[in-house]
Design a protein around this ligand. Structure first.
Ligand SMILES: Nc1ncnc2c1ncn2[C@@H]1O[C@H](COP(=O)(O)OP(=O)(O)OP(=O)(O)O)[C@@H](O)[C@H]1O
Length: 405
């Protein structure tokens, strides 16, 4: 029976999903029921690949699973299409628990609802790009003309129109990865599973592919589960990121929240690699202001009264509310003196944009001083709130050297 679907219903739900490798059902259940499933699984000759994993992925969400090698990312991804059968737990697709359906129904769900893209696209070298892109359609019994049309449309989406008659060896590595993506898109699956699809690409091409994915996602939001070990990649493409360690979920949150408030040291190590000043928006750090003034209306007053806290500054944010830099209080004061009535405008445009690295340096330089708030302003120069410098410091000041290889 197919459960009815609604827009509010999550596309994919995992409930207490666990996977024990190398043990039969009974031995797995025994290990999972013990106080220490990892040790119990190992003692019985198995391996606990994932434990008690919960998530609910919204329709159209780009959901990223991130963690170090061996943390269980692929295990979770493969449980979603039951390439890995969960040892315990439920896996609901459009409300239907696919761990309980017949093999025939499972095939149907996989064919109709799920596409997959792997790190190595394993293109057929002796088939044209078009035939490679059409492969999933052929497997599903789609006729030749329709296959051709849909494959060509998918190739166009990934920027390869006109290359359908080429062979894989005639394309660059990045283009071959695009063919793999086109192959998945051609079947137009409501759910796309992507297992480290860009990991083998060099950084520039990888960025191109991330951009392409973001663009495709903006055009036709598709429920996507994307595995990566790179938090920067996760931040660029993901709506939310699920961080895994030793088969367990450590944190599940939107990227900026993870960067602003990493759950533990493991997550902090990933966060150390992230260019926080680019990733965080001022509002991610925002606390309610004790003093709210319309700066444009009462600029001098605002400065003076905030000035009672000795040092003030303002975040300068771009259209997406990303932190561009900090305007120091000297600058604010200067603007106030020069054209107080226009301070609201002045906060946005005429500021010299301070490089994010400068911001971090500036903030770190203040580390030894009293904690005072920074003001956060919206595009109209209105005070949105304040962020205690201690919060900024903890969010921005971690050393930049990579904490793991
Ligand atoms: N078929 C299997 N049999 C036994 N152990 C397995 C099997 N597949 C995975 N594992 C183990 O389960 C753990 C989690 O593996 P998984 O592939 O999910 O990790 P991952 O986070 O995707 O890592 P990577 O980034 O290296 O792919 C690893 O320690 C792995 O060795």
């Amino acid at each position: 029976m197919t459960a009815s679907t609604t827009d509010q219903q999550p596309a994919i739900v995992g409930r207490s999903l666990s996977k024990v490798y190398g043990l039969g059902a009974r031995a797995s259940a025994r290990a999972l029921a013990s106080d220490d499933p990892r040790t119990a699984a190992a003692a019985a000759g198995g391996y606990l690949g994932a434990h008690d994993v919960d998530f609910a992925i919204a329709r159209g969400e780009m959901f990223v699973v991130m963690g170090l090698s061996g943390s269980g990312k692929s295990t979770v991804l493969r449980m979603i299409n039951l390439l890995n059968e969960p040892s315990a737990g439920e896996l609901l697709i459009d409300g239907e628990d696919v761990t309980k359906v017949s093999p025939a129904r499972l095939r149907e769900v996989r064919n109709e609802k799920i596409g997959m893209v792997f790190q190595h696209f394993s293109l057929f070298p002796h088939r044209t790009v078009r035939d490679n892109a059409a492969y999933g359609l052929k497997v599903r019994g789609v006729g030749r003309d329709e296959r051709r049309d849909r494959a060509d449309a998918a190739l166009e989406k990934v920027g390869l129109s006109g290359r359908g008659d080429k062979f894989p060896h005639e394309l660059s590595g990045g283009m071959r990865q695009r063919v793999g993506l086109a192959r998945a898109l051609a079947i137009d699956p409501p759910i796309l599973l992507m297992d480290e699809p860009f990991s083998a690409l060099d950084p520039l091409i990888r960025r191109d592919m991330q951009d392409l994915l973001v663009q495709l996602q903006a055009e036709e939001a598709r429920t996507t589960v994307f595995v990566t070990h790179d938090l920067n990649e996760a931040m660029r493409i993901g709506d939310r990121v699920m961080v895994m360690r030793d088969g367990e979920v450590v944190q599940l949150a939107p990227g900026p929240e993870i960067v602003a408030h990493p759950a533990d040291d493991y997550v902090s190590e990933f966060v150390a690699d992230v260019d926080r000043a680019r990733v965080l928006s001022a509002t991610d750090l925002l606390r309610p202001a004790r003093l709210v003034l319309h700066v444009a209306e009462r600029p001098a007053d605002a400065l003076v009264r905030l000035g009672q806290n000795e040092v003030n500054g303002a975040f300068v944010v771009d259209d997406q509310q990303r932190l561009l830099g900090v305007a120091t209080d000297d600058r604010l004061a200067d603007l106030a003196h020069r054209g107080a009535a226009d301070l609201g405008d002045a906060v946005g445009a005429p500021y010299d944009r301070i490089e994010p690295t400068t911001v971090v340096g500036d903030v770190m330089h203040l580390a030894g001083r009293r904690v005072v708030p920074l003001t956060v302003l919206d595009d109209d120069g209105r005070l949105l709130g304040v962020v205690p410098r201690a919060v900024i410091l903890s969010a921005l000041s971690t050393a930049r050297e990579p904490a793991h290889a």
